[in-house]
Design a protein around this ligand. Structure first.
Ligand code: FES
Ligand SMILES: [Fe+2]
Length: 370
């Protein structure tokens, strides 16, 4: 059983130096040391339900083709032809007709990446098709999320994600379906998105509608060090939810019961996702850094398929609540970015409500300097 504690910081804990948010060199190092070596959430298995279905993913600046083969296995192939390097695929999502054909000279690959055909190359002495499969990243599916890892010898997913493997079983996350993704383009560093998510010190000021439903000082955390951080906050209304009305007509997910009926669980999944578990729905933010001061966030809301299939299903109460809250958070995070870029900025002291931010910074710096 997990132990949940109130956040605290050690005396003297301060925010990061400005360069971690501003420097193009730091951004390039993050790509190599963090994003090209970690398990990165890129979407849901349900988005590639059948053989040949694909979505493109952007990981560490690389375009990856995430697709499912005829055996049901999910792959993430670099979007790079083995002939002269051309991008194979430009559509952001779609379905291949059983193979992947390069638009330049028609080299044709199987869904598993094997090179099936290369026009006229049989005439070239020494050419062997088996030498030129698509290059691929390691892939796994957990809780319905597709994770990829660009490292040549990645840390096994089960080791890297040990603290999360069974943690969300009560919400049956793997069986949920995503609706209405919303894409936000933010003018701030990706770490500000993680840090903003990890405290509710700002909630009474920024989120009056959230504060009305969930006390800003009710946060208690069970993951307080390392790549995964978070815990829960209380709902004021038992059996309510975070919606425009504060209540919900949806049944609790999976085996959600007892205390979980009046809690929202919030976890940061370093370095690519924020996961928020409500009694009746789950919200996932995918966070993709584009530059030191630009970040793309895709927010999706996951519901029980049985709930989605009823005739009058309407996720607006949850989507609108969080779309409003998201925009409040993005606006203030962009203001943080602007201030951090000032010559007047120096690291400031963390409050006790910001213990997870200090922990995030420790893990981040450890990862950057390992
Ligand atoms: S570059 Fe792809 S077939 Fe020539
Ligand atoms: Fe917020």
């Amino acid at each position: 059983m997990e132990t949940f504690v109130k956040a605290q910081v050690s005396p003297g804990a301060k925010t990061l130096d400005a360069r971690w948010y501003l420097s193009a060199d730091v951004f390039a190092q993050e790509r190599e040391r963090i994003f090209a070596r970690s398990w990165i959430a890129v979407g849901r298995a349900e988005h590639v339900p059948n053989a040949g279905d694909f979505v493109l993913a952007d990981v560490a600046g690389e375009s990856l083709i995430v697709t499912r083969d005829q055996h049901g296995d999910v792959h993430a192939h670099y979007n790079v032809c083995r002939h002269r390097g051309t991008r194979l695929c430009t559509e952001s999502a779609g379905r291949f007709g059983g193979s992947i054909q390069c638009p330049y000279h028609a080299w044709t690959y199987g869904l598993d990446g094997t090179l099936l055909a290369a026009r006229t190359m049989a005439e070239v002495p020494g050419f062997d098709r088996t030498d030129y499969p698509l290059r691929s990243a390691a892939t796994t599916v957990h809780d319905g999320f597709i994770y990829v890892n660009l490292a040549p010898a990645p840390e096994p997913f089960a080791t890297a994600f040990a603290p999360l493997l069974d943690r969300f079983a009560r919400w049956n996350v793997g069986a949920l379906r995503a609706v209405r993704p919303i894409t936000y383009d933010l003018a701030c560093n990706w770490k500000l998105v993680f840090q903003n998510y990890s405290e509710c010190y700002h909630c009474p000021l920024l989120h009056p509608q959230l504060d009305a439903l969930s006390p800003s000082d009710s946060g208690r955390n069970d993951l307080t060090e390392g790549p995964f951080l978070g815990g829960f906050s209380e709902l004021r209304q038992p059996e309510g939810s975070l919606t425009m009305t504060g209540s919900t007509v949806r049944a609790p997910l999976g085996a959600v019961d007892g205390d979980d009926l009046h809690r929202i669980y919030y976890y940061t999944v370093f370095p690519s996702m924020l996961l928020s578990l409500h009694p009746d729905y789950v919200m996932a933010h995918y966070v993709t850094p584009l530059a030191a001061d630009r970040t793309r966030v895709i927010c999706t809301w996951l519901f029980d398929p049985a709930t989605i299939d009823v005739l009058d299903f309407d996720p607006s109460d949850a989507v609108e609540f969080w779309d409003l809250t998201n925009r409040q958070d993005w606006q203030i995070s962009e203001q943080s970015q602007l201030g951090i870029a000032s010559r007047a900025y120096t690291p400031g002291p963390y409050s006790n409500a910001e213990g997870l931010l200090a922990a995030f910074d420790r893990h981040y710096l450890a990862t950057m300097t390992r």
